[in-house]
Design a protein around this ligand. Structure first.
Ligand code: FES
Length: 74
């Protein structure tokens, strides 16, 4: 059973998903090619859905990154 390692996330703010060692840069790569959905981002990053606790963080990042690039999910 997987749970998020919040201590590792606190130590490294660029780490998003501790179950899969997924970092902000990898999420940015997915968004840059038009992938905005959590599960699709996980698939693109070649990861498996484990605890799912990183979903809110990923969704915030999608919004933040889109806001800085003036793109929308529409
Ligand atoms: S932190 Fe567990 S799936 Fe991302």
């Amino acid at each position: 059973m997987f749970i998020m390692d919040t201590q590792r996330k606190e130590q490294d703010p660029t780490l998003v998903c501790t179950c899969n060692d997924l970092y902000i840069e990898e999420i940015r790569d997915a968004i840059n090619i038009g992938i905005y959905d959590y599960l699709e981002i996980m698939q693109y990053s070649d990861t498996l859905l484990r605890c799912g606790e990183c979903q809110p963080h990923v969704e915030i990042l999608v919004k933040e990154i889109l806001a800085t690039t003036n793109k929308t999910t529409d």
